[in-house]
Design a protein around this ligand. Sequence first.
Ligand code: SF4
Ligand code: SF4
Length: 323
Amino acid sequence: MDDNMSIKNKPSVQNGPKRICVTGGKGGTGKTLIAVNLATMFKNEGKKVLLVDGDVENPNTYLLLNGKLENKEHVPFFKPVINEEKCSKCGLCAKNCATHALLHVEGQYPIPFLNLCSGCKLCYKICPENAIEEDYKELGWTYETNVNGMDLLVGELKPSEARSVGIVEALMNKIDQRLQEYPERYDVIVMDTAPGAHCDVELLLEKADKIIPVTEPTRFGELDLIRIIDLIDLLKKDFRVIVNRSSLLGFREEFLDKLDEQDIQILGDIPLDDEIVKSYCQGIPLMEKNGKFDTESEGYKAFKEIYKNLQNWLNDSQVEESI
Ligand code: SF4
Ligand code: SF4
């Protein structure tokens, strides 16, 4: 295994509700299912929970909760428009555009390349002739709802758009707004990220107190786990891994041993279980109090164990922070 797997977990401190980020280097590992069930277990204990769906290209937390996308709001994205009647062709905007989204040739008007534009508005602010005009395009949407006794905040990127980070920023602003209005509003915020290690994922990880990368016992799972641990380590965040579908092809022990050898802490593992599939198909979280699932099933017991470990992890960190 790569040297990067020997990274040690590092602590972090943040006031307000505990922010737990469920992530994964690879798609399809079951992180959304895990985020939904963790949020449900917190809610079952009487905690005030906000579940945030930051997998904006594929937001489906609401499907696993049998919920609806409600209270749709547009997320606008700035795009510069050059007013040629005012522009002096000085080139200042292009010189200062960090993403090289403005092409300026001596004696010509600057040409915007919108696919490179970050929407930072710097060109608009610094143009000495006020020749850059504000225009906005629709980047995607946010939705706010309450389902199964917890608040749900969902981001969705418009098809054909690429700037998912803009939607995640809109979600972060909404969380900040809610907490500014009422700091005690939530005890726990569970955030589900997109797969991979892109800047939209990084934005959510940066805000987290605890990070739970979800993987599976395959070579792909292992390599993608290394990638996401690299990013978590750069951000100096505290993390513990969940191995999903751990009974897959009988590699459980071997995979857990590998992680252990590399000093990677495990929050728990979840075996393949029909009861999980049943809950998935019904759109009712396995851990929902009134879900009527088999509490003796391997999946149910695994989630219980993970929740217990998560509580201990949070409590231990609280003790460390208070010392
Ligand atoms: S900074 Fe303003 S005036 Fe100068 S080239 Fe850009 S748009 Fe034109
Ligand atoms: S908004 Fe920012 S990134 Fe876009 S063209 Fe202007 S300076 Fe460049």
